[in-house]
Design a protein around this ligand. Structure first.
Ligand code: NAD
Length: 291
């Protein structure tokens, strides 16, 4: 078992660090939030006083931070002390350019680095059933895979450095657009006098089916239990969905790709967040569609 530094113990990172500790690793945990540190300690991790202290002598450093700027800052603080040949695994959802830049910095120091963003929400992070999409070299993937396997059900190689983030932003652009379309369709169905359950029974086995419909239904009491059944609390915050749609549309602009559906989804989530719903689950956008 290895000494692993885990930095960023929030909604996702808290459960992921706990699963690494459960797998028998010596997990040195750091977060700027005292509350997150207390939870990590209770889950079997050892608390560290800084990112650099957590990374000192670590064979693997896992980061699960909000955005690219946080990852760049933590890497700048922590890279100096890690063990030679260590693997750096960034699981945060960030822009491709920063992912490639931090990986290059690590490689220049003789370290291995991969971007390994995740699909699956807080429940999957806690249960250890995340899907990881990994960008990096063959050697980086081989070193990262056993650590990721302790936290997920699928570890898939996307390609070279940054490819994991490219896959993640494309995946979440589909998610943002299908959730907006699903909410819009339920709101229309209701206005046309259709019962929401009857519409679900039809669309969920017809060509309108998607993950947003059958795994994350935005209508309370219809389909599986989802954040809709908890007044749109918990789950995947609309503010994070907006971040991902910005990453996708900005990424598209950078390579001259037209993404009109992604752009429209971004505008819808921009309006929803501007209305004070950044912390609301992203399926809560159905309220706007009904209004
Ligand atoms: P979160 O805000 O709950 O957690 C982030 C943690 O990072 C916080 O505890 C914060 O205190 C800590 N942090 C910030 N700056 C730090 C620093 N300099 N040093 C140490 N700790 C620092 O966010 P989350 O929901 O856990 O998401 C983390 C990442 O995972 C994001 O990039 C998000 O887009 C992605 N993601 C989230 C979900 C989800 O369902 N929540 C799903 C897939 C991917």
């Amino acid at each position: 078992m290895a000494r692993v530094a885990f930095i960023g113990l929030g909604n996702m990172g808290g459960g992921m660090a706990a699963n690494l500790a459960k797998a028998g690793h010596d997990v040195r945990a750091f977060d700027v939030s005292e509350e997150a540190l207390v939870r990590a300690e209770a889950a079997g991790c050892l608390r560290s006083s800084s990112a650099a202290a957590a990374a000192e002598g670590a064979e693997a450093v896992v980061t699960m931070l909000p955005a690219g700027a946080h990852v760049a800052q933590v890497y700048a603080e922590a890279l100096g002390g890690v063990a030679p040949g260590a693997i750096l695994i960034d699981c945060s959802t960030i822009d491709v350019a920063t992912a490639r830049q931090v990986a290059e910095q690590a490689t220049a120091r003789g370290l291995l680095a991969v971007d390994a963003p995740v699909s699956g929400g807080i429940a999957a992070a806690t249960a250890g059933t995340l899907t990881f999409m990994v960008g990096g070299t063959d050697a980086g993937f081989a070193r990262a895979e056993p650590f990721l396997a302790s936290m997920g059900k699928a570890v898939i190689r996307a390609g070279a450095s940054g490819a994991g983030q490219a896959a993640k932003m494309c995946n979440n652009m589909i998610l943002g657009a299908t959730m907006a379309a699903t909410c819009e369709a339920f709101a229309l169905a209701e206005k046309l006098g259709l019962d929401a359950q009857a519409f679900y029974d039809i669309a969920s086995v017809s060509s309108g089916q998607s993950w947003s419909m059958t795994s994350y239904c935005p209508v309370p009491g219809v389909g599986p239990t989802t954040p809709a059944d908890n007044d749109y609390r918990g789950g995947f915050a609309a503010g994070l969905m907006l971040k991902d749609l910005r990453l996708a549309t900005e990424g598209a602009a950078g390579v001259g790709a037209a993404v009109p559906m992604g752009q429209r989804a971004r505008e819808l989530y921009e309006a929803f967040v501007a209305d004070g719903d950044a912390a609301t689950d992203f399926s809560g956008i159905i309220r706007t569609m009904r209004a």
